[in-house]
Design a protein around this ligand. Sequence first.
Ligand code: SF4
Length: 333
Amino acid sequence: MGRLNTPDEQEATLLWGRSYRGTAEAFVDSPRPKELERVFNDDLKKYFALACLSRSKSASQVLVEASSRVVFKVRVLLEKSIEKPVVTFSLRSDDFLFQAFSGWFYGSSKKQGVSVRFPLTSCVPTPMCASGCYAHDALDAAPLPLIRGVLNGVIARVYEEGGNNRRKRIERLLQPHTRRAAIAAHREIQGLPPGWTRKPRIRFAHVGEAAAYPNFSNMIAMQVKILTRGEVDCVVYTRHPMADKLDPNLWVVNYTLDKTTERATARVPNNARIVYSAWGGETSQCGAVNFLEHHRWVHMKPAGKGSVCPATLPETTDRRCDALRCDFCFNKV
Ligand code: SF4
């Protein structure tokens, strides 16, 4: 484990975050993740330090709260800074899509399973979720996952704005990734605990908003359906105003409300399950399930009524849905 930052370093991190305005367009040799990491290395590291500070248990509370207030703004400005040269590259090179698909379009982790990430620029955050977002926690704030989110977002935008040829090219380039993701989703089933089974699934978007790119996302879900003959489900977590553009035949939709939006039920699509972000542990009965706020070092106790996701309870030790033998959020409503 690296050493903890000193109070002076923490203060310098906060000052940087407060003054950060993004960068003028940088030149990149290619849109490959390693090249983007090289060019934006300094800002990526500083954002990561800021995100850690906003979650710190040992730093002064004043610094923690102050960094929380700017962490979303900095993340989005950094993502936009990385996005600019990638978009420019996409306009000047036919090779762009091939290079942007290098590495992994889908991700996979023990906790999330197979999942897709997009940039936080795709979000329409509530006053509570911007700073509380789990995208600022641990690995999701690290340089390469952040860059992957930006690249996926640019690919999605090219698809949304592109003509038929570009769309077809993206579909072709995505296919091997989707095939690999489907195999990984099936492999998860082989590792399930004894006496427990469920359908294989891919989760959208574990960071960012798939609903911000509805044509692209519907295309992916259709590709998953065709390649797996309907065996793998696509599950979306969203609070996006365009959630109703996701094809109800292709998606399991979990629509997230919180204290600041719980009266806005009119925007919830008909086919969606309402789930509730219980920031500070404050639960509600307006959703089918409450997710208690939880970060690496902090797990909120439930306060209020309503059913609670067992993976978010403070006393739970193994927080994987499969370990808890629960697939409540992944079944069609
Ligand atoms: S309610 Fe069940 S399925 Fe949904 S996140 Fe919690 S443990 Fe997983």
